[in-house]
Design a protein around this ligand. Structure first.
Ligand code: PGA
Length: 241
């Protein structure tokens, strides 16, 4: 595990974008595993900036996103498909047929999840997986207690995650209760894992996840066992480690 200390959110975003940029330069046809949430938005903005300056080319890149709400169509403003297009894909030259997000509009959970695992397999696995971390230690939608050995699967969101995501929907009742998510097994199979974390509210979970025992109760803790895991955090998020 490698920890990179950043001064603040902008510095964290630049450092994370640098690592992603290096991945794309070293392997132009790489597979990037991408994440939603507030934390990576600055990283995406930095990548867009470098793309606009001609410093990075996504034309051969494939992207696979971590998760999607079950039951939301792609064009729903809170779908992760929509989020990724708004915050990254619409502003870079990734080819539309190289973009993959679990299909939240397929009500058949088993079929949707199997299809996604087949896609990840077909593209050759993930070269670099970007992750945020939830206050309860979740990665993707793998909530506390999630089995470490699962591929893509359907999960029930915890009350805490529903609360945290209410800010995006306006109304708690509108937050979907289930999601399709890459499993911990899928995430651990990524050749490199890059986590971004900022803010004092993440300090406790960062300490627990990476300086405490590896346990399904803190899903991110498994990353201690990953051979190439990089955590880029700002001072506030790393203040307890
Ligand atoms: P956040 O979400 O980046 O909005 O804090 C992180 C997560 O829940 O994975």
């Amino acid at each position: 595990m490698k920890i990179i200390r950043a001064k603040d959110y902008n510095d964290m975003s630049r450092k994370a974008a640098n690592i992603i940029s290096a991945q794309v330069i070293m392997k132009p046809h790489c597979v990037l595993g991408l994440a939603t949430g507030g934390t990576p938005v600055g990283t995406y903005a930095q990548l867009i900036d470098w793309y606009n300056k001609g410093d990075i080319d996504f034309s051969e890149v494939t992207t696979v996103n971590l998760d999607e709400y079950r039951g939301l169509p792609r064009d729903h403003e809170q779908s992760y498909w929509y989020f990724m297009h708004k915050n990254l894909f619409n502003s870079i030259n990734v080819q539309p047929d190289h973009i993959f997000v679990p299909n939240g509009s397929n009500p058949d959970a088993d079929a949707a999840c199997k299809e996604y695992d087949d896609i990840i397999h077909m593209v050759g696995g993930v070269d670099l997986q970007l992750l945020g971390i939830g206050h309860d230690g979740h990665i993707g939608f793998n909530e506390p207690g999630a089995a470490f050995e699962l591929g893509t699967h359907c999960v029930d969101l915890t009350e805490e995650t529903i609360d945290a995501n209410t800010r995006f929907f306006g109304n708690r009742d509108d937050v979907p209760r289930q999601a399709y998510t890459m499993g911990i097994k899928t995430i651990m199979q990524a050749r490199k894992v890059l986590m971004v974390a900022n803010g004092a509210d993440k300090a406790d979970i960062i300490k627990k996840a990476f300086f405490g025992p590896v346990t399904p109760e803190v899903p991110a803790s498994i990353l201690q066992m990953h051979p190439d895991f990089i955590l880029v955090g700002d001072e506030a998020a790393l203040s307890k480690v």
